[in-house]
Design a protein around this ligand. Structure first.
Ligand code: SF4
Length: 189
C-alpha cells in the first residue's frame, strides 16, 4: 500500500470507529464550545502518519497563523515533557479545533456521557475497547513510524530529513533514535 492509499485508509478507520461506537456515542453530552478534553486531558496523541496529514493541512496557512501555532506547539511540547496538562495549540479562542477535519484519532475517540466540568470524561468501557482496536490498526498502517503526543510527533516530523523521508517512504526510526527515546515515543515495530 502506498502513502496515498494509507491516508485514505486512515479516514476509513476513523469512519469505522464512528460506526462501531455509534450506539454508545449517541448518548454523549458533548457540545461545541466545551473543549474540556482539549484543555484538561492534555494527552492528545497521534501516529506519524496522522502527523503527516496534519502538516500537509497546515501548508496552506498564512505565516502569522503558523507562527501562533508553532508557539503553542512549543509550549505543548515543554508542558508535555514536564508532565503538565495543557491547552492544545490547535484550540482557538472560541474553543473550536482549528484542524477539526484532520484531527487525530485520539481526539475522535473522546466523548463523555456526563459533563466533564474539569473532572474528566465518562466513556463506555465498550467504546474504550473499540478505540484500542482502531488505534492498533492505525499503528499497523504506519509500521515504520511511531506514536506519541501530537506536539512531539509534529516536532519529530520537522527534524532534518524526517518528513521528506516519510514522503519518500524510506523513513527509518533508527535515524531518529535519540529524539524518539527522549520523547518516549512508541515505535510501531
Ligand atoms: S487537535 Fe483539536 S480536537 Fe484534538 S485536542 Fe487539539 S483542539 Fe482538541
Amino acid at each position: 500500500m502506498d502513502l496515498k492509499e494509507k491516508k485514505i485508509r486512515v479516514y476509513e478507520l476513523y469512519e469505522k470507529y464512528e460506526r462501531l461506537v455509534q450506539p454508545y456515542k449517541s448518548k454523549a453530552v458533548c457540545e461545541k464550545g466545551c473543549a474540556s478534553c482539549c484543555i484538561d486531558v492534555g494527552s492528545v496523541g497521534a501516529t506519524t502518519l496522522e502527523g503527516l496529514i496534519i502538516t500537509e493541512y497546515l501548508q496552506g496557512w498564512d505565516r502569522q497563523a503558523l507562527k501562533e501555532i508553532n508557539r503553542g506547539l512549543r509550549k505543548n511540547r515543554n508542558d508535555k515533557l514536564s508532565q503538565v496538562f495543557a491547552r492544545c495549540a490547535f484550540l482557538d479562542q472560541e474553543q473550536s479545533c482549528r484542524i477539526y477535519a484532520v484531527r487525530p484519532f485520539s481526539c475522535r475517540r473522546l466523548y463523555s456521557v456526563r459533563k466533564c466540568d474539569g473532572q474528566g470524561a465518562v466513556v463506555h468501557r465498550q467504546a474504550v475497547g473499540l478505540g484500542q482496536k482502531i488505534e492498533k490498526e492505525l499503528q499497523k498502517l504506519d509500521p515504520d513510524g511511531c506514536s506519541g503526543h501530537l506536539s512531539l510527533i509534529l516536532h519529530l516530523l520537522e527534524k532534518n530529513g524526517s518528513r521528506q523521508g516519510y514522503l519518500r517512504e524510506n523513513w527509518r526510526t533508527e535515524k531518529f533514535k535519540d529524539i524518539i527515546e527522549r520523547y518516549e515515543l512508541v515505535v510501531h515495530k
